[in-house]
Design a binder for this molecule. Structure first.
Ligand SMILES: Cc1cc2nc3c(=O)[nH]c(=O)nc-3n(C[C@H](O)[C@H](O)[C@H](O)COP(=O)(O)OP(=O)(O)OC[C@H]3O[C@@H](n4cnc5c(N)ncnc54)[C@H](O)[C@@H]3O)c2cc1C
Length: 318
């Protein structure tokens, strides 16, 4: 079922969902099931699976020269989605990137998803690879998430990249895109970023999932601004419970989001990460309850494979 259909069917009740990462290469799928199992009692109608593009690693050879190696540390997005749909009977939502994909690679990726009965995707540009400052699209690849949405919409109309195919099978993907309550790091202003978000919706995206935020007022203001700009699709809030003291600096650096002073001082008072996890759970419960009260369509948790804290939050909220 499409994410938009799940939301309509819930008739105003906030749904529970979460996002997982494929395990590091070399591990098996049991770690994924171990992360999902404790959350199934909250009946997620869908589970997102992130996509991780290649990284460039430079190894020093004996002669002192550097050897470039292209590695993928977390492959397996499509396989995990297929496994989730078959084991749990819930919709799996793979993330798909512009980065590292030519349009033809994208087409082949989408064909696999379609064959597997996967109907929903989150279309993203992806970040620059670690050895580059700015994002570089693949030759003959999509430059922005909007271009990727357009390509998927063309496939929904039966128009393929491969010129040999005059009229192909119409796929029926429901596409989600990313939104940033505190602005995407490269956008010159929040207003401009919302204009870009609107372009993704006009291209065919049917819902938005937000970057994590720790202050609900940022989400509420963002939704108001989106509505004023004419964006009418569901805007699903993304939530990440804090679990370690180091995240106070890692999360703002990596995701370009602010932490409220009250949360910072609560975390700073903690003697160890066990106490930080408790603060993260309490903060997450508070945030979630307020969002449910405001009638958000879904609470979407960034589990990153650790489900204990999300289980505690969900128990208190759902
Ligand atoms: C919910 C969510 C899930 C994510 N999942 C993943 C994942 O699985 N894997 C992963 O690698 N990353 C993931 N990311 C991170 C994401 O790939 C990065 O944030 C990336 O830098 C931007 O992706 P985007 O789809 O928002 O890009 P876009 O919407 O293309 O926007 C990128 C930037 O370009 C600007 N822009 C857009 N159109 C134009 C234009 N025409 N001209 C000039 N500027 C323009 C925007 O304002 C923005 O600053 C996720 C992010 C979120 C919020």
């Amino acid at each position: 079922m499409k994410i938009t259909e799940h939301i309509e069917k819930a008739k105003g009740r906030s749904l529970f969902s979460f996002e997982i990462l494929p395990p590091l290469k070399g591990q098996n799928i049991q770690s994924i099931y171990d992360g999902i199992d404790p959350l199934m009692e909250f009946k997620p109608p869908f589970i997102d699976v992130t996509y991780h593009r290649e990284e460039h690693v430079f190894n020093e050879k004996e002669n002192g020269l550097l050897e470039k190696r292209i590695v993928r540390k977390r492959p397996g997005t499509v396989g995990i989605c297929a496994a989730i749909q078959s084991k749990y009977g819930v919709d799996a939502v793979p993330h798909i990137l512009c980065g590292g994909f030519s349009k033809e690679d994208t087409e082949n990726f989408l064909i696999d998803l379609d064959f597997l009965g996967i109907q929903n995707v989150v279309a993203l540009r992806g970040d620059a690879i670690k050895s580059e400052t700015y994002f570089t699209p693949e030759p003959k690849g999509n430059k922005f998430a909007k271009d990727l949405v357009e390509q998927i919409m063309q496939m929904n109309k039966g128009n393929y990249q491969d010129e040999v195919i005059e009229k192909g099978h119409n796929t029926d993907f429901c596409v989600g895109v990313a939104g940033y309550p505190e602005k995407h790091m490269e956008a010159p202003s929040l207003d401009k970023d919302i204009c870009r978000l609107k372009e993704k919706i006009e291209a065919g995206a049917e819902y938005v999932v937000t970057q994590m935020f720790f202050d609900n007022s940022k989400y509420f203001e963002f939704v108001d601004k989106c509505r004023e700009s004419g964006i009418t699709v569901p805007i699903i809030p993304g939530l990440k419970p804090l679990a370690t003291k180091r995240q106070l600096s890692i999360i703002p650096h990596r995701f370009h989001v602010d932490m409220p002073e009250e949360l910072i001082s609560e975390v700073e008072k903690c003697k160890d990460n066990k106490e930080v996890r408790q603060v993260g759970i309490e903060w997450g419960i508070q945030q979630s309850k307020e969002l449910v009260k405001a009638g958000v369509p879904v609470l979407h948790y960034y589990s990153m494979g650790k489900s204990t804290n999300i289980q505690k939050i969900a128990k208190a909220v759902f």
